[in-house]
Design a protein around this ligand. Structure first.
Ligand code: AMP
Ligand code: MG
Length: 405
């Protein structure tokens, strides 16, 4: 087992143990936010036929070569085509078809003139200017051409993609299964949310925060019973979790104290520990283990420390397991809005919120940065990195940051 490794090494070790989940089909209306398990290739043109973008007259541009305000060309109106109907007649020289927005341009016609630019006299439409071939005609396939790839495997399905799939008549969408994530909080001090406080006890918040983040990721979290600081109890709970889930996340018991039993519990159940502790603050005490090809990510009990590491390691891992190709957080440069008075002998991640002001990406620190301060995770969408060995930072300092979503 490796100890005190870098964040990047920990991420690499985790990703080496990232399974591919099953694929299946969901109905179009249930597909939003799911991850595509196949490329989506257009089997048809959108729109399927050349159409008129205006109410007007479809005609042959050639027939208007001599048209001018003083000497309009008169074309015989042979038909009227509203949207939703197919033209029955062919536009021959000297004729035109009255056409409404969205209706197919009839065979023979290659241009459309707007209604308001014409006059009608004796069943003829008068044209006062010359049109070019293709003018005011929306070609078939303007939006998507047959054979175009409109979305790639591993993409998250967005509202416009749902719409394009509807245009193509795709009712069943190929997607990856959503990762099932078991969540276990460990600690003798923990009460559940419905229990009254007792001396020395606190309510378990970690299970609920983690489950909520997993839900935001479109994963399927489930919370197992809180477990005491006994390696046998933790071990049994882990076995129970591994049977039902694709991945297990635990909190608490990963430091070096007498009651920190997670490493022993891994041994007890025969899980292989990949690493223990990473060289960052907050959240250094954490470990990852693997059993039967499934990863157990064990985070600190301190809520903020647990969540920072969950964002740095757990979220990319869950996204990759879900089939996403964009599983890493984007990196941006931010300018600190506030002073940060502490020195950072170790590599530190600061929780903050992105604020765009006059085109500059500022980071506003969201509150106290203590390991147990959960409220500064509210609104936190940035984890900015302070390199090891840095002194206090002044507002205006530039930092590299992960953008969370
Ligand atoms: P540990 O990582 O077990 O040493 O716990 C560190 C701190 O986090 C202690 O103050 C715990 O009481 C607190 N803590 C542990 N588990 C939870 C939890 N599930 N929810 C909220 N706080 C917790
Ligand atoms: Mg503990």
């Amino acid at each position: 087992m490796r100890k005190n490794i870098s964040l990047e090494e920990a991420q690499e070790l985790l990703m080496e143990h990232c399974p591919s989940l099953q694929t299946g089909y969901v109905g179009l209306q249930d597909s939003l936010g799911r991850v595509l398990a196949e490329d989506i290739v257009a089997k048809e043109n959108i729109p399927p036929f050349a159409r008129s973008p205006y109410d007007g007259y479809a005609l042959r541009a050639e027939d208007t070569v001599k048209a001018s305000p003083d000497s309009p060309v008169g074309l015989e109106i042979i038909e009227e085509v509203p949207a939703g109907y197919a033209p029955k007649k062919i536009v021959l020289p000297g004729t035109a078809v009255k056409i409404l927005t969205g209706a197919p341009v009839p065979e023979g016609a290659d241009a459309v003139i707007k209604f308001e630019e014409t006059e009608v006299k004796d069943k003829k439409v008068l044209i006062f200017s010359k049109l070019k071939a293709g003018q005011n005609v929306v070609p078939a396939g303007e939006d998507v051409a047959q054979g175009d790839k409109i979305a790639c495997l591993g993409a998250v399905i967005s509202p416009p993609l749902v719409g394009l799939m509807a245009s193509l008549g795709i009712t069943e969408v190929p997607v990856y299964e959503r990762p099932r994530i078991a969540i276990i909080s460990t600690g003798d001090e923990l009460l559940d949310v419905y229990e009254p406080l007792q001396p020395g006890k606190i309510r378990n918040s970690n299970s609920y925060t983690l489950a909520a983040y997993c839900r935001e990721l479109e994963a399927q979290p489930f919370i197992l019973a809180t477990t005491r600081d006994k390696k046998e109890e933790v071990g049994l709970r882990l076995i129970e979790a591994l049977e039902k889930a694709d991945m297990v996340i635990t909190t608490g018991g990963v430091s070096v104290g007498d009651y920190d039993v997670l490493d022993e519990a891994m041994e007890y159940i025969g899980a292989e520990t990949l690493y223990w502790k990473i060289d960052i603050k907050p959240g250094s005490p954490n470990l990852a283990a693997v059993k039967g090809g499934k990863v157990i990510l064990s985070l600190s009990g301190n809520p903020a420390a647990a969540l920072v590491v969950f964002h740095l390691l757990g979220v990319p891992y869950i996204k990759k397991m879900a089939g996403r190709v964009d599983y890493l957080h984007p990196k941006i440069e931010v300018t600190l809005k506030n002073d940060f008075s502490k020195a950072s002998p170790r590599r530190r991640f600061l929780r903050g919120k992105l604020r765009l002001e006059k085109g500059i990406a500022f980071m506003e620190v969201t509150g106290g940065q203590g390991n147990g301060v959960l409220h500064s995770m509210i609104g936190c969408n940035i984890l900015a990195e302070i390199p090891a060995g840095s002194g206090p930072l002044q507002a205006g300092s530039k930092l590299s940051a992960f953008l969370l979503d």
